[in-house]
Ligand binder design. Structure first.
Ligand code: GLP
Length: 268
């Protein structure tokens, strides 16, 4: 795991945008794994800026989102489709027919929909770079604690903590979905590179469990310890419970001395 600790959320987002820019510049038809939540919003703002000011083009990019609420109309402002349109897709030159979310409505079979999503990812030769946020309970996507570490795209019931954490995003008259389709942990683990961002004090315990805890279904993100190419970008608050902070800072300083380690994406 490469752990990078930066001063604040702004630095985390712009650093993450550098990785995405590097990938898109190296492989203009890359397959991106995308996330929702508050954490990636500024990353997307930075990508829009790079598109407008530096002609970073998403024309040939395909994308697969981590998750989507069960049985939600894509037009519903609370759908993750709407989130992606609003925060990224409507502001760059991506072809929306190449953007995918794991949807399932009440007339569809969630198991069949999960299999279709997995097959679509395979048909695109897998995900090059998966962007992740982190739930305060250690979830990635909507893989809540106790999720199988070998799970695939499927339907999940959200935990009370996640429902409470996300309730801030719903207006009193809006119904908050309690189930979602999500990529599984095994699906995420197959991405060639993983970039996880976490900011703020309320993520500090989950960050500690993810990086230094045992690999456990109780902290789904801890499975990333088994991934070959992961970069974790944290602000100081999210890193505050880590005992090895000095080592991570030292390792990062050393890395910058070796030009080949400047970029994460050495296989492209
Ligand atoms: C959400 C999403 C996750 C996200 C996490 C953290 O419920 N399903 O993909 O990473 O919870 O959200 P936030 O970035 O808003 O803290």
């Amino acid at each position: 795991m490469q752990v990078i600790i930066l001063d604040d959320e702004q630095h985390v987002s712009s650093h993450a945008a550098d990785w995405v820019q590097e990938l898109v510049n190296k492989k203009n038809d890359a397959v991106l794994g995308l996330a929702t939540g508050s954490t990636p919003i500024n990353l997307y703002k930075n990508l829009v800026k790079l598109h407008k000011e530096q002609q970073l083009s998403f024309k040939n990019i395909s994308s697969f989102n981590l998750d989507e609420y069960y049985n939600i109309d894509p037009q519903n402002p609370q759908s993750y489709r709407s989130f992606m349109n609003e925060n990224l897709f409507d502001h760059v030159d991506i072809d929306k027919s190449k953007t995918h979310l794991p949807t399932c409505n009440k007339d569809q079979n969630p198991r069949a929909q999960g299999l279709i999503y997995e097959q679509q990812i395979k048909d695109h030769n897998g995900i090059d770079l998966q962007i992740l946020g982190l739930g305060a309970n250690g979830h990635i996507g909507f893989n809540e604690p106790t999720s199988s570490l070998s799970s695939r795209t499927r339907i999940k019931t959200l935990t009370k903590q996640t429902l409470i954490d996300n309730s801030r995003l719903f207006k009193p008259d809006e119904e908050q979905p309690k189930m979602a389709m999500t990529m599984g942990i095994a699906t995420i683990m197959e991405s060639r590179y993983v970039l996880l961002m976490a900011t703020g004090k309320n993520k500090a315990q989950a960050v500690k469990d993810m990086i230094t805890g045992p690999v456990s279904a109780m902290c789904p993100a801890s499975m990333l310890q088994m991934h070959e190419n992961v970069v974790i970008i944290l602000d100081k608050e999210a890193a505050s419970e880590l005992e090895n902070q000095e080592y991570f800072d030292f390792a990062e300083q050393q890395n910058t001395l070796i030009s080949d380690l400047h970029g994460l994406l050495h296989n492209y």
